[in-house]
Design a protein around this ligand. Sequence first.
Ligand code: X2W
Length: 279
Amino acid sequence: MELEDPESKPILLFKYGGNAMSDDRLKKEILKSIGALHAQGFNVVIVHGGGPFIKKALNEAKIESEFIDGQRKTTAEAFEYVEMTLKGKVNSNLVSLLNGLGHKAVGLSGQDGQIVIASKRQHETLIDGERKAVDLGQVGDVARVNPGLIHLLLENNFIPVISCTAADETGVGYNVNGDMFAGHLAGALKADEYVVLTDVDGLMKDKDDPSTLINTIQLNDLKMLVDDGTIQGGMIPKIESCEIALNKGTKSARIINGTKPGQLQKIAGDSTIGTNIKK
Ligand code: X2W
């Protein structure tokens, strides 16, 4: 995607997961690259997770946490630690680093300005070959997005940095999977590009062979690769979030290697980087 008309600044929404945050030097490089895109004239929004940090905080507090189908079962007690970690630690750190690089970053979560309204997730999982309902506690799905506040910030040259928590209409808070949160927000913002940062170069037909990197793929063809088992594991929620983003209004989605910040900086105008997904 190129910056053709400087008057209509394209929106890039980045999903930045906790796995690519553990190395401080790399984190700074990633933020430098995202900041450079902002300085080039793109509107930039960052949605972040922080799974490994939540895990550490819960371990230290001796609170058990279990993942069921990629969702962290979240008791009321665990939710306090989720919020403390995402908002108090990860979000404030990203904002400080971006500000230190000369940007004006604003830390938010789904609750702020009711950007995201959540609803309690009704979850079913396979137990002994049968689908059974399980209560995941305060795990939420995105019910609605109000992107107004984000547009306001972008128009004023701020970089919104958003934690993936949200509340329902009555104010009960929920822990939302970061990929799903980001996909919904990218869709509601009609982002020009939804960029998922991972630790591999993109989607590969054979995950152990980088020469099988898929550069461009239509969403329907991608779903076939998921259905036939070619793509598995941690990539699936990322693909699901790209599907949500594209179905809700994002123009294109891309999965790239966030651990190669040099690539990240070049994504504008270079469609050979990562896997580009089109509807
Ligand atoms: C996630 C939210 C954080 C997240 C969790 O508690 O880990 C649920 O699982 P990453 O680093 O992007 O994976 N929420 C419900 O998604 O972090």
